[in-house]
Design a protein around this ligand. Structure first.
Ligand code: FMN
Length: 147
């Protein structure tokens, strides 16, 4: 059955802690199943001033996704949110996940020519200015490689 989806990237707040990440996952895994939403959240780590970046896929019914997108985008734990892709696809890619999660080290991104800079604030700027193709397939490939 076809589904709607949204993929976005954002920059984590500089003060983001491990506990924040755990809280976000707990909130997601409580809310999403009640609203028919599945997906994956990647956290690309960076050292120093920039804590890192998020890339998230949410899949489900269109109105539910838009409600959740607004909740997520008004969350102060991240900023500079850029939607990379949205639309309809044949089926869910993460049907069994209320929210799959993976922390990604820079070294793991090295082999992905387009997304190796995920986590760098300049990458975010580039996405905002020029857009970025291939985010959905990157997430699916990355997850299956990691599994
Ligand atoms: C990167 C990121 C991803 C998030 N993903 C989800 C999600 O998939 N589902 C969800 O319910 N909340 C998610 N949240 C948390 C929401 O933004 C929000 O804080 C939470 O739903 C509680 O909202 P409330 O304080 O209005 O009740 C995410 C937050 C961040 C920073």
């Amino acid at each position: 059955m076809s589904t709607h989806y949204i993929v976005y990237v954002s920059q984590a707040d500089a003060e983001l802690t491990q506990q924040d990440l755990e809280d976000i996952l707990e909130e997601s895994r409580s809310y999403n199943p009640r609203h028919g939403i599945t997906g994956i959240l990647l956290f690309a780590e960076r050292e120093g001033r920039y804590r890192g970046s998020f890339m998230q896929l949410i899949e489900g019914e269109e109105a539910e996704l838009e409600t959740l997108r607004k909740r997520i985008f008004s969350d102060p734990r991240h900023h500079t949110k850029v939607v990379l892709e949205r639309g309809r696809k044949e089926a869910r890619d993460f049907p069994d996940w209320s929210m799959a999660f993976k922390t990604v080290a820079r070294s793991e991104l090295g082999r992905h020519p387009v997304f190796c800079e995920l986590g760098d604030p300049k990458f975010q700027e580039k996405c905002a200015n020029e857009g970025m193709d291939g985010a959905l397939s990157f997430l699916c490939d990355f997850w299956s490689e990691a599994a």
